[in-house]
Design a binder for this molecule. Structure first.
Ligand code: NG6
Ligand code: CA
Length: 508
Protein backbone atom coordinates (compact mmCIF):
# COMPACT_ATOMS: atom_id res chain seq x y z
CA UNK A 1 0.00 0.00 0.00
CA UNK A 2 2.76 2.34 1.10
CA UNK A 3 4.84 1.36 -1.88
CA UNK A 4 1.89 1.82 -4.15
CA UNK A 5 1.16 5.34 -3.00
CA UNK A 6 4.81 6.31 -3.41
CA UNK A 7 4.63 4.85 -6.85
CA UNK A 8 1.50 6.80 -7.69
CA UNK A 9 2.87 10.09 -6.43
CA UNK A 10 6.15 9.45 -8.18
CA UNK A 11 4.25 8.90 -11.42
CA UNK A 12 2.32 12.06 -10.72
CA UNK A 13 5.52 14.06 -10.40
CA UNK A 14 7.00 12.50 -13.49
CA UNK A 15 3.97 13.14 -15.60
CA UNK A 16 3.60 16.67 -14.23
CA UNK A 17 7.28 17.37 -14.91
CA UNK A 18 6.85 15.74 -18.27
CA UNK A 19 4.11 18.12 -19.29
CA UNK A 20 5.93 21.09 -17.75
CA UNK A 21 9.22 20.44 -19.46
CA UNK A 22 7.37 19.13 -22.45
CA UNK A 23 9.44 15.92 -22.32
CA UNK A 24 12.38 18.03 -23.47
CA UNK A 25 14.94 16.16 -21.43
CA UNK A 26 12.97 13.10 -20.64
CA UNK A 27 14.40 9.88 -22.04
CA UNK A 28 10.84 8.86 -22.80
CA UNK A 29 9.93 11.26 -25.54
CA UNK A 30 6.83 9.92 -27.24
CA UNK A 31 7.16 8.87 -30.87
CA UNK A 32 4.76 10.58 -33.22
CA UNK A 33 3.09 8.96 -36.23
CA UNK A 34 0.76 11.08 -38.35
CA UNK A 35 -1.33 8.96 -40.71
CA UNK A 36 -2.83 11.30 -43.26
CA UNK A 37 -5.43 9.65 -45.48
CA UNK A 38 -6.30 11.08 -48.86
CA UNK A 39 -9.92 12.10 -49.52
CA UNK A 40 -11.41 10.07 -46.66
CA UNK A 41 -14.59 11.83 -45.58
CA UNK A 42 -16.21 12.53 -42.24
CA UNK A 43 -18.50 9.51 -42.63
CA UNK A 44 -16.13 7.05 -44.34
CA UNK A 45 -14.80 5.20 -41.29
CA UNK A 46 -16.53 2.82 -38.91
CA UNK A 47 -15.60 5.03 -35.96
CA UNK A 48 -17.50 7.86 -37.64
CA UNK A 49 -20.62 5.88 -38.52
CA UNK A 50 -19.81 3.87 -41.63
CA UNK A 51 -21.26 0.36 -41.64
CA UNK A 52 -20.77 -0.92 -45.17
CA UNK A 53 -17.01 -0.89 -44.81
CA UNK A 54 -15.30 -2.32 -41.75
CA UNK A 55 -12.37 -0.37 -40.33
CA UNK A 56 -11.43 -2.30 -37.18
CA UNK A 57 -7.95 -0.86 -36.89
CA UNK A 58 -9.01 2.76 -37.07
CA UNK A 59 -11.94 1.96 -34.78
CA UNK A 60 -9.60 0.46 -32.21
CA UNK A 61 -7.61 3.69 -32.10
CA UNK A 62 -10.81 5.73 -31.85
CA UNK A 63 -12.21 3.61 -29.05
CA UNK A 64 -9.05 3.98 -26.96
CA UNK A 65 -7.97 7.47 -27.94
CA UNK A 66 -9.75 10.76 -28.49
CA UNK A 67 -12.25 10.82 -31.33
CA UNK A 68 -12.70 14.41 -32.47
CA UNK A 69 -16.01 15.44 -33.99
CA UNK A 70 -15.11 19.03 -34.86
CA UNK A 71 -11.68 18.66 -36.41
CA UNK A 72 -10.67 20.33 -39.66
CA UNK A 73 -8.17 20.23 -42.47
CA UNK A 74 -7.36 23.81 -43.47
CA UNK A 75 -8.36 23.30 -47.10
CA UNK A 76 -10.70 21.20 -49.23
CA UNK A 77 -7.90 19.93 -51.48
CA UNK A 78 -4.60 18.24 -50.86
CA UNK A 79 -1.74 20.63 -51.55
CA UNK A 80 -2.93 23.61 -49.48
CA UNK A 81 -4.08 21.29 -46.72
CA UNK A 82 -0.72 19.51 -46.47
CA UNK A 83 1.13 22.79 -46.77
CA UNK A 84 -0.63 24.10 -43.65
CA UNK A 85 -0.08 20.93 -41.68
CA UNK A 86 3.68 20.98 -42.26
CA UNK A 87 4.24 24.75 -41.93
CA UNK A 88 1.59 25.87 -39.45
CA UNK A 89 0.63 28.59 -41.93
CA UNK A 90 -2.61 29.04 -43.86
CA UNK A 91 -1.94 28.22 -47.50
CA UNK A 92 -3.81 31.28 -48.76
CA UNK A 93 -0.92 33.38 -47.46
CA UNK A 94 1.37 31.87 -50.06
CA UNK A 95 1.27 31.78 -53.88
CA UNK A 96 1.29 28.50 -55.84
CA UNK A 97 -0.29 26.43 -53.12
CA UNK A 98 -3.17 25.15 -55.26
CA UNK A 99 -3.33 21.46 -56.31
CA UNK A 100 0.25 20.81 -57.49
CA UNK A 101 1.25 19.16 -60.75
CA UNK A 102 3.72 16.26 -60.63
CA UNK A 103 6.47 18.57 -61.87
CA UNK A 104 5.68 21.51 -59.59
CA UNK A 105 8.67 22.99 -57.81
CA UNK A 106 9.02 22.94 -54.04
CA UNK A 107 6.15 24.88 -52.53
CA UNK A 108 7.62 25.08 -49.05
CA UNK A 109 10.64 27.34 -49.09
CA UNK A 110 13.76 25.62 -47.67
CA UNK A 111 14.23 28.72 -45.48
CA UNK A 112 10.79 28.31 -43.96
CA UNK A 113 10.37 26.78 -40.51
CA UNK A 114 8.66 23.40 -40.74
CA UNK A 115 7.12 20.89 -38.38
CA UNK A 116 9.62 18.11 -39.19
CA UNK A 117 12.57 20.47 -38.68
CA UNK A 118 11.18 21.47 -35.31
CA UNK A 119 10.98 17.77 -34.42
CA UNK A 120 14.59 17.27 -35.59
CA UNK A 121 15.72 20.10 -33.35
CA UNK A 122 14.17 18.26 -30.43
CA UNK A 123 16.22 15.19 -31.26
CA UNK A 124 13.72 13.25 -33.31
CA UNK A 125 14.52 11.26 -36.43
CA UNK A 126 12.00 12.33 -39.03
CA UNK A 127 10.56 10.53 -42.02
CA UNK A 128 7.93 11.04 -44.70
CA UNK A 129 6.41 8.09 -46.51
CA UNK A 130 3.73 8.11 -49.20
CA UNK A 131 1.92 11.02 -50.76
CA UNK A 132 3.91 14.25 -50.86
CA UNK A 133 2.14 16.63 -53.29
CA UNK A 134 4.13 19.69 -52.21
CA UNK A 135 6.39 19.98 -55.22
CA UNK A 136 10.06 19.10 -55.60
CA UNK A 137 13.06 20.79 -57.18
CA UNK A 138 13.42 24.48 -57.90
CA UNK A 139 12.23 26.86 -60.58
CA UNK A 140 14.38 25.05 -63.14
CA UNK A 141 12.40 21.87 -62.55
CA UNK A 142 13.55 18.48 -61.34
CA UNK A 143 16.36 16.18 -62.31
CA UNK A 144 14.31 12.98 -62.32
CA UNK A 145 17.46 11.07 -63.26
CA UNK A 146 19.64 12.41 -60.46
CA UNK A 147 19.27 14.02 -57.07
CA UNK A 148 16.06 16.04 -56.89
CA UNK A 149 16.52 19.08 -54.71
CA UNK A 150 15.12 20.87 -52.79
CA UNK A 151 12.92 18.14 -51.40
CA UNK A 152 11.92 16.61 -48.08
CA UNK A 153 15.52 16.55 -46.76
CA UNK A 154 15.91 20.31 -47.18
CA UNK A 155 12.60 20.78 -45.36
CA UNK A 156 13.48 18.71 -42.30
CA UNK A 157 12.86 15.06 -43.14
CA UNK A 158 15.83 12.75 -42.54
CA UNK A 159 14.23 10.03 -44.63
CA UNK A 160 11.75 10.12 -47.49
CA UNK A 161 9.99 7.59 -49.68
CA UNK A 162 7.37 9.45 -51.63
CA UNK A 163 5.08 9.77 -54.59
CA UNK A 164 5.86 13.25 -55.92
CA UNK A 165 2.19 14.19 -56.38
CA UNK A 166 -0.81 11.85 -56.72
CA UNK A 167 -1.41 8.48 -58.33
CA UNK A 168 -3.32 10.19 -61.14
CA UNK A 169 -0.38 12.46 -61.98
CA UNK A 170 2.93 11.60 -63.61
CA UNK A 171 5.67 10.67 -62.88
CA UNK A 172 4.35 7.30 -61.61
CA UNK A 173 7.49 6.40 -59.69
CA UNK A 174 8.64 6.26 -56.08
CA UNK A 175 11.27 8.72 -55.01
CA UNK A 176 13.45 7.58 -52.10
CA UNK A 177 15.68 10.14 -50.47
CA UNK A 178 15.14 12.28 -53.56
CA UNK A 179 16.21 9.73 -56.16
CA UNK A 180 13.83 7.72 -58.32
CA UNK A 181 13.77 4.10 -57.15
CA UNK A 182 14.79 1.35 -59.63
CA UNK A 183 15.65 3.76 -62.37
CA UNK A 184 17.61 2.36 -65.31
CA UNK A 185 20.07 5.08 -66.38
CA UNK A 186 19.67 3.88 -69.96
CA UNK A 187 15.98 4.72 -69.87
CA UNK A 188 15.88 8.23 -68.43
CA UNK A 189 12.65 9.85 -67.31
CA UNK A 190 11.15 12.88 -69.00
CA UNK A 191 8.06 14.62 -67.69
CA UNK A 192 5.86 17.25 -69.32
CA UNK A 193 2.56 18.78 -68.38
CA UNK A 194 2.33 20.49 -71.77
CA UNK A 195 3.14 18.16 -74.65
CA UNK A 196 2.77 14.43 -75.21
CA UNK A 197 5.98 12.56 -76.07
CA UNK A 198 6.11 11.21 -79.57
CA UNK A 199 5.40 7.48 -79.64
CA UNK A 200 4.24 7.26 -76.02
CA UNK A 201 0.67 5.97 -75.63
CA UNK A 202 -2.03 8.19 -74.18
CA UNK A 203 -5.43 7.27 -72.84
CA UNK A 204 -7.01 9.57 -75.35
CA UNK A 205 -5.57 7.70 -78.33
CA UNK A 206 -5.77 4.19 -76.89
CA UNK A 207 -9.12 3.78 -75.14
CA UNK A 208 -8.97 -0.01 -75.75
CA UNK A 209 -5.85 -0.33 -73.63
CA UNK A 210 -7.51 1.12 -70.53
CA UNK A 211 -8.43 -1.06 -67.56
CA UNK A 212 -9.79 1.96 -65.67
CA UNK A 213 -11.43 4.54 -67.90
CA UNK A 214 -11.56 8.22 -67.04
CA UNK A 215 -14.91 9.88 -66.48
CA UNK A 216 -13.29 13.27 -66.76
CA UNK A 217 -9.82 14.44 -67.83
CA UNK A 218 -7.18 11.85 -66.94
CA UNK A 219 -6.60 10.94 -70.59
CA UNK A 220 -2.90 11.66 -70.94
CA UNK A 221 0.05 9.29 -70.19
CA UNK A 222 -1.14 5.69 -70.24
CA UNK A 223 0.64 3.69 -67.55
CA UNK A 224 -0.38 0.22 -66.28
CA UNK A 225 -3.65 0.46 -68.19
CA UNK A 226 -4.61 3.73 -66.49
CA UNK A 227 -4.35 7.12 -68.11
CA UNK A 228 -3.21 10.05 -65.98
CA UNK A 229 -2.71 13.79 -65.86
CA UNK A 230 0.53 14.84 -67.57
CA UNK A 231 2.91 13.03 -69.90
CA UNK A 232 5.99 10.99 -69.18
CA UNK A 233 8.54 9.01 -71.09
CA UNK A 234 11.14 6.45 -69.99
CA UNK A 235 11.71 5.11 -66.47
CA UNK A 236 9.92 1.85 -67.37
CA UNK A 237 11.73 -0.16 -64.69
CA UNK A 238 10.81 2.43 -62.06
CA UNK A 239 7.06 2.59 -62.66
CA UNK A 240 4.93 1.70 -59.69
CA UNK A 241 2.20 -0.95 -59.84
CA UNK A 242 -1.02 0.68 -58.73
CA UNK A 243 -2.37 -2.48 -57.10
CA UNK A 244 0.75 -2.59 -54.91
CA UNK A 245 0.86 1.06 -53.90
CA UNK A 246 -0.53 0.55 -50.40
CA UNK A 247 1.74 -2.45 -49.82
CA UNK A 248 4.85 -0.62 -51.01
CA UNK A 249 4.41 2.52 -49.01
CA UNK A 250 3.07 0.80 -45.89
CA UNK A 251 6.11 -1.47 -45.93
CA UNK A 252 8.36 1.59 -45.96
CA UNK A 253 6.40 3.18 -43.11
CA UNK A 254 6.78 -0.02 -41.09
CA UNK A 255 10.51 -0.27 -41.89
CA UNK A 256 11.03 3.33 -40.84
CA UNK A 257 9.54 2.48 -37.45
CA UNK A 258 11.62 -0.72 -37.16
CA UNK A 259 14.81 1.11 -38.11
CA UNK A 260 14.26 3.87 -35.59
CA UNK A 261 12.74 1.99 -32.70
CA UNK A 262 15.60 2.80 -30.34
CA UNK A 263 15.22 6.57 -30.42
CA UNK A 264 12.33 9.02 -30.78
CA UNK A 265 10.93 9.31 -34.26
CA UNK A 266 8.40 11.38 -36.16
CA UNK A 267 6.73 9.67 -39.10
CA UNK A 268 4.47 11.51 -41.50
CA UNK A 269 2.70 8.76 -43.44
CA UNK A 270 0.50 9.99 -46.29
CA UNK A 271 -1.47 7.12 -47.74
CA UNK A 272 -2.45 7.00 -51.39
CA UNK A 273 -5.80 5.54 -50.34
CA UNK A 274 -8.47 6.55 -51.14
CA UNK A 275 -7.46 8.96 -53.91
CA UNK A 276 -8.16 8.15 -57.57
CA UNK A 277 -7.32 6.04 -59.46
CA UNK A 278 -8.64 3.59 -56.88
CA UNK A 279 -7.01 0.28 -57.61
CA UNK A 280 -6.76 -1.63 -54.34
CA UNK A 281 -4.82 -4.89 -54.09
CA UNK A 282 -6.77 -8.04 -55.06
CA UNK A 283 -7.05 -9.13 -51.42
CA UNK A 284 -9.32 -6.14 -50.77
CA UNK A 285 -11.29 -6.33 -53.99
CA UNK A 286 -14.93 -7.13 -53.28
CA UNK A 287 -14.61 -6.75 -49.50
CA UNK A 288 -17.19 -4.02 -49.19
CA UNK A 289 -19.58 -4.40 -52.10
CA UNK A 290 -18.97 -0.72 -52.81
CA UNK A 291 -16.40 -1.26 -55.51
CA UNK A 292 -12.90 0.21 -55.53
CA UNK A 293 -13.77 3.26 -53.41
CA UNK A 294 -15.07 1.16 -50.51
CA UNK A 295 -12.35 -1.45 -50.94
CA UNK A 296 -9.72 1.30 -50.82
CA UNK A 297 -11.07 2.32 -47.40
CA UNK A 298 -10.59 -1.29 -46.24
CA UNK A 299 -7.06 -1.14 -47.63
CA UNK A 300 -6.43 2.12 -45.77
CA UNK A 301 -7.55 0.44 -42.57
CA UNK A 302 -5.13 -2.39 -43.24
CA UNK A 303 -2.27 0.14 -43.51
CA UNK A 304 -3.27 1.63 -40.17
CA UNK A 305 -3.27 -1.92 -38.74
CA UNK A 306 0.28 -2.52 -39.97
CA UNK A 307 1.49 0.59 -38.16
CA UNK A 308 -0.26 -0.47 -34.96
CA UNK A 309 1.22 -3.96 -35.25
CA UNK A 310 4.83 -2.91 -35.65
CA UNK A 311 4.53 -0.48 -32.74
CA UNK A 312 2.93 -3.14 -30.58
CA UNK A 313 5.49 -5.76 -31.50
CA UNK A 314 8.27 -3.43 -30.41
CA UNK A 315 6.58 -2.32 -27.22
CA UNK A 316 6.15 1.20 -28.56
CA UNK A 317 2.38 1.51 -28.80
CA UNK A 318 1.98 2.85 -25.27
CA UNK A 319 4.17 5.89 -25.76
CA UNK A 320 3.58 6.65 -29.41
CA UNK A 321 1.13 9.33 -30.40
CA UNK A 322 -0.78 8.11 -33.44
CA UNK A 323 -2.90 10.63 -35.26
CA UNK A 324 -5.29 9.47 -37.97
CA UNK A 325 -6.88 12.11 -40.16
CA UNK A 326 -7.54 13.07 -43.78
CA UNK A 327 -6.32 15.84 -46.07
CA UNK A 328 -9.79 16.91 -47.25
CA UNK A 329 -13.35 15.70 -47.54
CA UNK A 330 -14.77 12.91 -49.68
CA UNK A 331 -15.56 12.73 -53.37
CA UNK A 332 -17.34 9.89 -55.11
CA UNK A 333 -16.63 10.36 -58.84
CA UNK A 334 -13.26 12.10 -58.98
CA UNK A 335 -12.58 11.52 -62.65
CA UNK A 336 -12.48 7.74 -63.24
CA UNK A 337 -15.29 5.31 -64.03
CA UNK A 338 -14.78 3.11 -60.99
CA UNK A 339 -18.43 2.54 -60.06
CA UNK A 340 -18.09 4.60 -56.91
CA UNK A 341 -21.40 6.30 -57.66
CA UNK A 342 -23.28 3.18 -58.76
CA UNK A 343 -22.20 1.04 -55.79
CA UNK A 344 -22.36 3.63 -53.04
CA UNK A 345 -25.61 2.23 -51.63
CA UNK A 346 -26.48 3.72 -48.25
CA UNK A 347 -22.91 4.65 -47.42
CA UNK A 348 -22.52 8.37 -46.66
CA UNK A 349 -18.91 9.46 -47.18
CA UNK A 350 -19.75 12.92 -45.84
CA UNK A 351 -21.69 11.62 -42.82
CA UNK A 352 -24.36 14.13 -41.82
CA UNK A 353 -22.55 17.05 -43.43
CA UNK A 354 -23.17 18.89 -46.71
CA UNK A 355 -20.68 19.16 -49.58
CA UNK A 356 -17.45 17.19 -49.96
CA UNK A 357 -13.96 17.60 -51.38
CA UNK A 358 -13.54 21.05 -53.03
CA UNK A 359 -16.49 22.42 -51.06
CA UNK A 360 -16.97 25.40 -48.75
CA UNK A 361 -19.64 23.41 -46.94
CA UNK A 362 -18.59 21.48 -43.86
CA UNK A 363 -17.80 18.16 -45.56
CA UNK A 364 -15.04 19.89 -47.53
CA UNK A 365 -12.75 20.25 -44.55
CA UNK A 366 -14.32 18.68 -41.48
CA UNK A 367 -12.55 15.34 -41.29
CA UNK A 368 -12.01 12.39 -38.99
CA UNK A 369 -9.29 13.10 -36.43
CA UNK A 370 -8.19 10.57 -33.86
CA UNK A 371 -5.39 11.00 -31.34
CA UNK A 372 -4.21 7.78 -29.69
CA UNK A 373 -1.65 7.89 -26.88
CA UNK A 374 -2.37 5.26 -24.26
CA UNK A 375 0.32 6.50 -21.91
CA UNK A 376 -1.32 9.88 -21.43
CA UNK A 377 -4.97 9.65 -22.27
CA UNK A 378 -8.15 7.69 -21.98
CA UNK A 379 -10.91 7.35 -24.52
CA UNK A 380 -13.17 10.30 -25.08
CA UNK A 381 -15.32 11.79 -27.79
CA UNK A 382 -14.39 15.44 -28.06
CA UNK A 383 -16.28 18.32 -29.59
CA UNK A 384 -13.31 20.66 -29.27
CA UNK A 385 -12.70 22.77 -32.38
CA UNK A 386 -9.31 21.78 -33.71
CA UNK A 387 -7.42 22.23 -36.95
CA UNK A 388 -4.54 20.42 -38.59
CA UNK A 389 -2.70 23.75 -38.72
CA UNK A 390 -2.32 23.36 -34.95
CA UNK A 391 -0.33 20.15 -35.16
CA UNK A 392 2.91 22.12 -35.34
CA UNK A 393 2.46 24.23 -32.17
CA UNK A 394 0.81 21.37 -30.30
CA UNK A 395 3.68 18.98 -30.94
CA UNK A 396 6.20 21.73 -30.14
CA UNK A 397 4.58 22.25 -26.75
CA UNK A 398 4.42 18.55 -26.15
CA UNK A 399 8.13 18.02 -26.68
CA UNK A 400 9.24 21.29 -25.10
CA UNK A 401 10.43 23.15 -28.19
CA UNK A 402 10.02 26.91 -28.17
CA UNK A 403 8.73 28.24 -31.44
CA UNK A 404 10.74 31.06 -33.00
CA UNK A 405 8.77 34.24 -33.77
CA UNK A 406 8.52 33.50 -37.48
CA UNK A 407 7.57 29.83 -37.15
CA UNK A 408 4.08 28.36 -37.54
CA UNK A 409 2.28 31.72 -37.82
CA UNK A 410 -1.24 30.31 -37.63
CA UNK A 411 -0.67 27.37 -35.32
CA UNK A 412 -2.04 27.21 -31.77
CA UNK A 413 -1.12 24.81 -29.02
CA UNK A 414 -4.05 22.42 -28.54
CA UNK A 415 -2.35 19.92 -26.26
CA UNK A 416 -5.11 20.14 -23.69
CA UNK A 417 -7.73 19.34 -26.31
CA UNK A 418 -5.55 16.57 -27.74
CA UNK A 419 -5.31 14.90 -24.36
CA UNK A 420 -9.01 15.32 -23.62
CA UNK A 421 -8.59 17.96 -20.91
CA UNK A 422 -10.16 20.82 -22.83
CA UNK A 423 -13.47 20.58 -24.64
CA UNK A 424 -13.33 23.93 -26.38
CA UNK A 425 -10.23 24.00 -28.54
CA UNK A 426 -9.77 26.95 -30.88
CA UNK A 427 -11.98 30.00 -30.87
CA UNK A 428 -12.49 29.80 -34.63
CA UNK A 429 -11.68 27.67 -37.68
CA UNK A 430 -10.80 28.99 -41.12
CA UNK A 431 -11.67 26.80 -44.11
CA UNK A 432 -10.20 27.28 -47.58
CA UNK A 433 -12.02 26.08 -50.69
CA UNK A 434 -13.08 28.00 -53.80
CA UNK A 435 -13.64 30.74 -51.21
CA UNK A 436 -12.98 31.03 -47.48
CA UNK A 437 -15.28 30.25 -44.59
CA UNK A 438 -15.11 30.59 -40.86
CA UNK A 439 -16.65 28.64 -38.01
CA UNK A 440 -16.96 30.33 -34.64
CA UNK A 441 -19.04 28.90 -31.82
CA UNK A 442 -22.16 27.64 -33.55
CA UNK A 443 -21.89 30.02 -36.53
CA UNK A 444 -20.54 29.37 -39.99
CA UNK A 445 -19.97 32.16 -42.48
CA UNK A 446 -18.96 31.73 -46.15
CA UNK A 447 -17.54 34.64 -48.19
CA UNK A 448 -19.63 35.36 -51.32
CA UNK A 449 -18.20 34.02 -54.54
CA UNK A 450 -19.52 33.93 -58.09
CA UNK A 451 -18.24 30.48 -58.90
CA UNK A 452 -20.59 27.69 -59.95
CA UNK A 453 -22.50 25.76 -57.35
CA UNK A 454 -21.29 22.32 -58.48
CA UNK A 455 -17.71 21.20 -58.88
CA UNK A 456 -18.10 20.19 -62.49
CA UNK A 457 -18.72 16.46 -63.06
CA UNK A 458 -18.08 15.35 -59.46
CA UNK A 459 -21.59 16.26 -58.42
CA UNK A 460 -20.16 17.91 -55.31
CA UNK A 461 -21.74 21.13 -54.18
CA UNK A 462 -19.05 23.80 -54.01
CA UNK A 463 -20.89 25.85 -51.41
CA UNK A 464 -20.22 28.94 -53.51
CA UNK A 465 -22.90 31.61 -53.65
CA UNK A 466 -22.80 35.22 -54.77
CA UNK A 467 -24.59 36.15 -51.55
CA UNK A 468 -23.09 35.96 -48.06
CA UNK A 469 -24.00 32.71 -46.32
CA UNK A 470 -24.51 32.28 -42.60
CA UNK A 471 -25.56 29.05 -40.95
CA UNK A 472 -26.35 28.18 -37.38
CA UNK A 473 -24.57 24.83 -37.12
CA UNK A 474 -26.16 24.07 -33.76
CA UNK A 475 -29.56 23.78 -35.45
CA UNK A 476 -28.58 23.35 -39.06
CA UNK A 477 -25.57 21.08 -39.41
CA UNK A 478 -26.57 20.47 -43.04
CA UNK A 479 -26.20 24.18 -43.89
CA UNK A 480 -29.58 24.35 -45.58
CA UNK A 481 -30.99 27.49 -44.04
CA UNK A 482 -29.00 30.63 -44.89
CA UNK A 483 -29.76 33.13 -42.12
CA UNK A 484 -27.39 35.89 -43.28
CA UNK A 485 -30.21 38.36 -43.83
CA UNK A 486 -31.63 37.70 -40.40
CA UNK A 487 -28.34 38.27 -38.55
CA UNK A 488 -26.44 41.03 -40.37
CA UNK A 489 -24.30 41.82 -37.30
CA UNK A 490 -23.14 38.24 -37.07
CA UNK A 491 -22.26 38.31 -40.76
CA UNK A 492 -20.27 41.49 -40.24
CA UNK A 493 -18.46 40.17 -37.18
CA UNK A 494 -17.37 36.98 -38.93
CA UNK A 495 -16.57 38.68 -42.24
CA UNK A 496 -14.37 41.17 -40.35
CA UNK A 497 -12.62 38.42 -38.45
CA UNK A 498 -11.89 36.55 -41.69
CA UNK A 499 -10.50 39.77 -43.22
CA UNK A 500 -8.27 40.29 -40.19
CA UNK A 501 -6.97 36.75 -40.42
CA UNK A 502 -6.12 37.30 -44.06
CA UNK A 503 -4.58 40.75 -43.63
CA UNK A 504 -2.37 39.93 -40.67
CA UNK A 505 0.66 37.84 -41.56
CA UNK A 506 0.09 35.72 -38.49
CA UNK A 507 -2.65 34.82 -36.05
CA UNK A 508 -0.51 33.12 -33.38
C1 NG6 B 1 -8.38 17.31 -59.89
C2 NG6 B 1 -8.48 15.95 -60.53
C3 NG6 B 1 -8.83 14.96 -59.43
C4 NG6 B 1 -7.82 15.04 -58.30
C5 NG6 B 1 -7.72 16.46 -57.79
C6 NG6 B 1 -6.67 16.64 -56.74
C7 NG6 B 1 -9.27 15.88 -62.86
C8 NG6 B 1 -10.45 15.79 -63.77
N1 NG6 B 1 -9.51 15.91 -61.55
O1 NG6 B 1 -8.00 18.23 -60.85
O2 NG6 B 1 -8.90 13.68 -59.97
O3 NG6 B 1 -6.56 14.61 -58.74
O4 NG6 B 1 -7.40 17.33 -58.86
O5 NG6 B 1 -6.98 15.93 -55.62
O6 NG6 B 1 -8.16 15.91 -63.33
S1 NG6 B 1 -6.18 16.15 -54.29
O7 NG6 B 1 -6.86 15.37 -53.28
O8 NG6 B 1 -4.83 15.70 -54.51
O9 NG6 B 1 -6.26 17.58 -54.00
CA1 CA C 1 -6.92 14.77 -51.07
Amino acid sequence: MYKKSIYISFCGIVSFAGVQSGFGKSPEKPNVVVILADDIGYGDLGAYGATQVKTPNVDRLASRGIRFLNAYATAATSTPSRYSLLTGQYAFRKANTGVAAGNAFTIIDPDQETLPRMMQQAGYTTGVVGKWHLGMGDKNGQDWNGYITPGPKQLGFDYSYIMAATADRVPCVYVENQRVVNLDPNDPIEVSYKEPFLGEPTGKNNPDMLKVKPSHGHDMALINGISRIGYMKGGKSALWVDENLADSITLKAVSFIENNKHHPFFLYFGTNDIHVPRVPHSRFVGQTGMGPRGDAIAEFDWSVGQVIQVLEKNGLLENTIIIVTSDNGPVVDDGYQDQAVELLGDHKPWGELRGGKYSAFEAGTRVPFIVHWPKKMKHKDSKALISQVDMYATLATLIGQRLPENAAPDSFNQLKAWTGKDNKGRTYIVEQSGTRSIVKENWKYIIPNNGSSYWSWTNTETGLDSKPQLYDLSKDIKEKNNVAEKYPEKVKELADLLEQVKDNPKTR
